[in-house]
Unconditional design. Structure first.
Length: 206
């Protein structure tokens, strides 16, 4: 059965904007600044504003299951009604989830670390890589964004190339994004059959 709700709002849009301007940091920017969308609900691949207008969501990170997928809503509600805590206690669902994830991974990858966000995941991945390699330097792609915690902001050109941002750390090496249409190495600039992938790999090797 589909999980469908009517679009509704708790306050007029102008009041929402006023409260946001008062209590939400300015660095948390809105889409469409002059007339921001006020989204009150989502369903599948769509979002809906306070007037019920439907928008195809091509921005948020939910394309794999969509907004408010009934199975996700049901599973989340059931677990929240049972227990919501950290992983320092034994709990069946925690290890069952890890087992399911490990079964889908290649080779000997079988250990999971559960975190709350992509920023935390990338921060942990960076720490694990440095611990394993005993090296500190990082190669990152131009325009890359890795998250909002300090360690991964340091390796994100998306952040340090912005006006007012901190300069690129010396241990970070930026390689061009392998885009053969708009990137540094474009197919229109080379004879047909040129191995552009190798040219981009050579850039990384430098």
């Amino acid at each position: 059965m589909q999980h469908i709700m009517e679009a509704k709002e708790d306050m007029p849009k102008n009041d929402t904007i006023k409260l946001r301007n008062k209590h939400i940091g300015k660095s948390c920017q809105l889409f469409y600044k002059t007339d921001p969308l006020k989204i009150v609900r989502g369903q599948g691949q769509y979002m809906y504003d306070e007037e019920g207008t439907q928008y195809l969501d091509c921005i948020n990170n939910v394309a794999h299951v969509g907004h408010c997928h009934p199975k996700v809503v049901e599973a989340g509600s059931r677990q929240l009604a049972t227990l919501s805590t950290n992983n320092r206690f034994l709990h069946d669902e925690l290890v069952k989830c890890a087992q399911t994830l490990a079964a889908k991974m290649p080779g000997d990858l079988s250990v999971c670390y559960f975190v709350n966000s992509g920023s935390e995941a990338n921060d942990l991945a960076l720490r694990l890589a440095r611990q394993h390699t005993k090296r500190h330097e990082v190669i990152t792609l131009d325009h890359a964004y890795h998250g909002h915690v300090s360690a991964v902001m340091d390796i994100s050109p998306y952040k340090f190339n912005q006006p007012g941002g901190d300069p690129k750390p010396d241990f970070v090496h930026v390689a061009p994004c392998p885009d053969v249409y708009r990137g540094k190495i474009r197919d229109c600039d080379f004879p047909e059959g040129t191995d552009l992938g190798q040219l981009y790999a050579d850039e990384v090797a430098r």
